[in-house]
Design a protein around this ligand. Structure first.
Ligand SMILES: Cc1cc2nc3c(=O)[nH]c(=O)nc-3n(C[C@H](O)[C@H](O)[C@H](O)COP(=O)(O)O)c2cc1C
Length: 492
């Protein structure tokens, strides 16, 4: 069962023994530092910061939320025991079969418990940490969703874009070119209008996950959330903009993004592991209204040197999306995919394929670096045969080392969709960011499939049969037992 708001999510995670409450942290570098250290290793507990220095007692902040596989699985309503590759398969099936359920508009909800407008607006009352040592300011929005409405179609997009606090009534917002929120914003600007916006800063982490991963243009993330939850998400109309916001949101800030008004924004430690992008003039949100629940909990999602809070869910979810998009592009034979954590869940994608015809592996590689799920900020695609587990780094590197003919199997693709956050992107002079990338066919050459040397290792079936004969030597999950003085073959 998926959960329905941040509070219930935290309760469930606490019941799983995966929550640590932290009292009295300083939001000036200390809080972010603790989160950073907790992310150095994955599977550490989620953190709920309480009695944050400089803030009213009830104000809280949750972070390190999606850094354990069971917590990501819980968030998506999947069984919490799945392995990474089972997760990719299960999620890919789930999204292929899933019927979106449109959100339902309700009159009231906890988010309307408190409201400030006009002179009473002060966004600095909410905990916005200075997360990393060299960040250029305090970021309230890291695990947020930014809601905008397409002025032509009425489609509402929810995207996760970072939000900096400039002063009591002004926020900074950084939306990269090509992102849906940016395309919508530009439509208002092309009409000479400011773009209305509402940002939710605390919600079921499912909404963060869906806001932070590619959902097709024109598709409502709330409806996808409804499909995952199996019931419609309840939304209320934010009073100022009319934009639908989760009825159980902890904190919503409304306003507009005016044309031409900018403020220095960043730098911010990002998912590539760098403060890339530096400080730049970025659009602002002029805040007109703030809504919050009693004792609100801000949802943080700290990027940084990967793995981090947005790579753990991104790797399996991107792999599932990529696999589905390759199939939708009419490509047969894909049997697995993985988007490596070291690449922040974008820069390094691996696809496993059963080669069916000459040129098939190259086709897979070029498509993987071009379809929506794989295009943005990718650098390497490695295509491997179906005997390689794409989630196993050693197997992938072995395939790369032993099945790649470097003059034939490596293609450079130039001038692709990138971002200021990629330290190797170029074109920044014009405010545009491109990168060059590599598609590597690390499959056995198609022309030598029948003559390629055999693999000097037991097959899975052979290994299973052998283990079954020698239970003294192997554990039920297939590991060699240590410290066994002598062993006998199983009788009978
Ligand atoms: C925690 C987190 C922070 C993100 N911050 C930004 C950001 O500041 N700007 C941006 O353009 N994309 C950011 N992204 C990536 C977008 O959320 C992602 O590309 C998503 O697909 C955008 O939604 P859209 O496809 O509706 O535009 C972030 C993702 C996550 C998970």
């Amino acid at each position: 069962m998926a959960v329905s708001d941040l509070r219930e999510w935290l309760e469930r995670v606490e019941a799983m023994g995966e929550l640590t409450r932290v009292e009295g942290a300083d939001p000036h570098l200390e809080l972010g530092g603790i989160v950073d250290l907790f992310q150095w290793e994955m599977e550490n507990p989620a953190l709920l910061f309480e009695r944050i220095q400089g803030h009213a007692d009830g104000q809280r902040l949750a972070a390190n939320v999606l850094t354990s596989l069971p917590r990501v699985l819980l968030t998506l309503g999947l069984p919490t025991h799945l392995t990474r590759q089972e997760f990719v398969r299960e999620w890919r099936d789930r999204i292929r079969r899933m019927e979106p359920i449109a959100p339902v508009l309700v009159e009231d909800g906890p988010v309307l418990e408190n409201r400030a407008v006009g002179e009473r607006v002060d966004v600095t009352q909410f905990p916005a940490p200075l997360w990393h040592t060299d960040d250029g300011g305090r970021f309230l929005g890291t695990g947020c969703i930014v809601l905008t409405k397409d002025p032509d179609t009425g489609w509402v997009n929810a995207g996760t874009y970072r939000v900096q606090v400039h002063d009591e009534k002004t926020l900074g917002i950084m939306i990269s070119p090509g992102k849906h929120g940016r395309l919508i914003r530009d439509k208002y600007w092309a009409r000479g209008e400011a773009c209305p916006v509402a940002v939710s800063f605390g919600h079921d982490p499912l909404l963060l996950v869906l806001g932070g991963i590619e959902v097709d243009y024109g598709v409502d993330e709330y409806a996808v959330a409804g499909g995952v939850l199996g019931e419609a998400l309840e939304v209320v109309a934010a009073p100022e903009t009319g934009l639908p916001v989760p009825a159980t949101s902890e904190l919503v800030i409304e306003g507009e993004i005016p044309i031409g008004e900018t403020h220095a924004e960043g730098p911010f430690g990002e998912w590539t592991g760098y403060y890339a992008g530096g400080e730049r003039d970025m659009p602002v949100i002029n805040v007109s209204s703030v809504l919050w629940r009693n004792d609100p909990i801000v949802l943080g999602c700290l990027p940084g040197k990967p793995p981090n809070d947005n790579t753990y869910f991104r790797s399996p979810m991107r792999a599932a999306l990529l696999w589905n998009e390759l199939e939708r592009a009419g490509i047969p034979g894909v049997v697995g995919a993985w988007s490596h954590e070291a690449g922040g869940g974008r820069l390094l994608n691996v696809v496993a394929v059963t080669q069916l015809y000459p040129g098939h592996a190259k086709q897979v590689g070029h498509a993987a670096t071009s379809v929506h799920a794989g295009a943005y900020a990718n650098r390497f695609v490695i295509v491997v045969d179906d005997d390689i587990d794409p989630t196993d780094t050693n197997e992938v590197l072995w395939a790369l080392c032993t099945r790649t003919e470097v003059t034939e199997d490596i293609d450079i693709v130039r001038k692709m969709w990138s971002t200021s956050l990629d330290p190797m992107s170029y074109g920044s002079e014009a405010g545009r960011y491109y990168n060059n990338r590599m598609v590597i066919d690390a499959c056995r050459p198609y022309d030598r499939l029948t003559t390629f040397p055999g693999v000097a290792r037991k097959t899975r079936a052979e290994a299973d049969a052998l283990r079954a004969q020698w239970p003294d030597l192997f554990t039920p999950d297939g590991k060699a037992r240590r410290g066994v003085a002598s062993a006998r073959r199983r009788e009978g």
